[in-house]
Design a protein around this ligand. Structure first.
Ligand code: AMP
Ligand code: MG
Length: 343
């Protein structure tokens, strides 16, 4: 299959591109598009066969449910049995935006594969002009996971989608680099207090300021019961070389680099501007040390850049858990499979 990448950044021929996208989707095909978090790979969420193609293109395990993207707030009632009061408040405050709400689904509308056979559905309204325009023209909901091969970092540029899904999907809408850079927050509002299944673009502090205490889901392996979100059990975001998390300390870092070199190995480092060291074989910066936002925006690209090197080992410098730092560290925890660097 030929993969087209059409820019929707400028005004040239945008209408034609959207029409092409809508036609492909209506025929049960896949289209990758930018959102404010990461690029999504969309299929019409009510079309079982179309949704199946997402799993094939990504190589995604079938028990990992997808998020349904809608173009207007009022659409949510079409897919959900009952909208809890906290959800009403959250929708008013944070949609369009990087907050996904898990609610009881109305049976028989959204394809079963989207919800991995569960009685809940995860829904959000993305805050990106291209995503919103596409949804508006389509007038149907889109099931859309991140547009990467399963297990790889989510794409924050159209080029990343092309790299992963070339020959597997017909069309990528190129809207430039995404803004937030990590996925949406997934919040389960079927329970009280609500539970964050995945930290993301809307941070715990923002949620709590509006609706009071929310819980953070335990890691599935620490739980005795079945994880609420099956997707939580899979490894994710992993580069080719083993990745270790390390402290933001210049001397610890230099020591680590020396000892890796003594073993005859080469090292790529992902870290802030301020800790950049010429001792590293490769250093991919994620921005200013105190900017969690910059780190979120640049992390996935940096992980992908490591894959273009011959590094034997990757060190990723950690940040604290405030604000979007929680989402960043959640992704690094998965990319490293929990490994920390120690001598
Ligand atoms: P992705 O599509 O790659 O951004 O991942 C979607 C995330 O949403 C995964 O972590 C899923 O487990 C989660 N998710 C989607 N639908 C549901 C649902 N019905 N219940 C719980 N989690 C969900
Ligand atoms: Mg994903």
């Amino acid at each position: 299959m030929e993969t087209k990448m059409n820019s929707v950044d400028n005004l040239v021929d945008n209408e034609k591109t959207y029409k092409q996208a809508v036609d492909i989707l209506r025929e049960g095909g896949l289209v990758a598009f930018p959102t404010e978090t990461v690029y999504g790979l969309g299929a019409i969420a009510t079309d079982e066969r179309a949704v199946q193609r997402i799993f094939e293109a990504k190589g995604r395990p079938a028990d990992n449910p997808l998020i349904v993207h809608i173009g207007k707030k009022s659409d949510v009632k079409d897919y959900v049995e009952k909208i809890p009061e906290v959800a009403e408040q959250l929708i008013e405050a944070f949609w369009p935006g990087p907050l996904t709400l898990v609610m009881e689904k109305k049976p028989g509308i959204i394809a079963d594969t989207v919800t991995a056979g569960m009685d809940t559905v995860a829904i959000r309204m993305p805050d990106h002009p291209v995503a919103l325009q596409l949804l508006k023209k389509l007038e149907l909901p889109l099931a859309a996971p991140s547009a990467n091969r399963s297990g790889k970092p989510s794409p924050t540029e159209a080029e990343h989608v092309y790299h992963d899904l070339f020959g597997r999907i017909p069309l990528i809408l190129d809207g430039g680099a995404t803004g937030i850079g990590v996925e949406s927050t997934v919040l389960d509002v079927t329970v009280t207090p609500p539970v964050i299944l995945r930290p993301g673009g809307i941070v715990k502090e923002q949620l709590e300021a509006l609706i009071g205490p929310v819980h953070l889901a335990a890691k599935p392996e620490e739980k005795t019961e079945t994880p609420r979100a099956p997707g939580m059990k899979y490894t994710h975001y992993a580069p080719e070389a083993p990745l270790f998390v390390i402290e933001p300390d210049a001397s610890i870092l230099e020591h680590a680099v020396d000892s890796i070199h003594q073993q005859g190995k080469r090292v790529a480092i992902i870290g802030p501007d301020e800790l950049q060291t010429i001792k590293a074989d490769w250093y991919f910066t994620t921005g200013a040390i105190h900017s969690h936002e910059a780190m979120a925006a640049n992390l996935y690209k940096a992980i992908r850049q490591c894959d273009t090197t011959e590094a034997d080992i990757i060190l990723a410098i950690e940040t604290d858990l405030t604000g979007i730092g929680a989402a960043v560290m959640n992704r690094l925890d998965k990319a490293s499979d929990g490994k920390r660097y120690s001598e």
